[in-house]
Design a protein around this ligand. Structure first.
Ligand code: FPP
Length: 233
């Protein structure tokens, strides 16, 4: 594969439909969803992708039934607690979490903080999990932080794209080159609104639990055939 996208972002949709198709509870679909995420993380390591961002839980997902939210939170807890052994250890994956994750229940914030700290010096794949994430909230949080800093900065002269970028949740991460959305919907659902400006969008009908390495490679092949002009001719 000649042009490997540096940063792939994924909207992992279709866990519920995957379960429904099998007459199984939605929670089983989410459990398979975690397995699928683990497969794709390993595939990105194998294929030389440098940045992978997974949309795991949006600020809108709180509207789901409390029972389902509890199941999803417990899966996160299990995944994050076990990730020391479950991430491809020798590959030194660096984990970041974006979103209002400090507000999560079940002791998740301290577990998240420790995986961020434990992997901070890792130089392999940069894995970012978007949990309790909303693109509009990220921009609002940036504006809030700028206002807080405004006593020490001359906001009149410095408001630029680069300046705002510094206040985003993970300013050091390059913008996604490729957005993959599974389960067939053509929407970006409040995901990385600022960063998605020039991303190539790839939608597949495959449901997230069925999405594997060969599907990822198909998306990457499609990406290679796009002509990216970034506004020029
Ligand atoms: C989308 O399917 C899934 C979610 C909104 C949340 C759960 C995501 C996971 C469990 C994967 C997490 C991965 C890691 C690495 C922690 P849906 O329920 O919206 O499906 P539907 O549209 O078919 O109902």
């Amino acid at each position: 594969m000649s042009i490997i996208p540096r940063h792939i972002a994924v909207i992992m949709d279709g866990n519920g439909r995957w379960a429904k198709n099998r007459k199984l509870p939605r929670g089983i679909g989410h459990r398979q969803g975690v397995k699928s995420a683990q497969r794709i993380i390993k595939s990105c390591v194998d294929l030389g992708v440098r940045y992978l961002t997974l949309y795991a839980f949006s600020t809108e997902n709180w509207k789901r039934p409390p029972r389902e939210i509890k199941i999803i939170m417990n899966l996160f807890l299990k995944y994050i607690t076990a990730s020391k052994t479950e991430l491809p250890e020798h590959e030194k994956v660096r984990v970041r979490v974006i979103g209002r994750w400090h507000e999560l229940p079940y002791g998740l914030p301290s577990k998240i903080q420790s995986i961020i700290d434990d992997t901070a010096k890792h130089e392999g794949l940069n894995l970012t999990l978007a949990i309790n994430y909303g693109g509009r909230k990220e921009i609002l949080d940036a504006i809030g932080a700028i206002i807080k800093d405004s006593k020490t900065i001359n906001t009149k002269n410095v408001i630029s794209e680069e300046f705002l970028q510094k206040y985003l949740y993970a300013p050091e991460i390059p913008d996604p080159d490729l957005l993959i959305r599974t389960a067939g919907e053509y929407r970006i659902s409040n995901f990385l609104l600022w960063q998605m400006a020039y991303a190539e969008i790839y939608v597949t009908k495959k449901l997230w639990p069925d999405f594997g390495k060969s599907d990822l490679m198909e998306a990457m092949n499609d990406f290679q055939n796009r002509e990216r002009r970034f506004g020029s001719v």
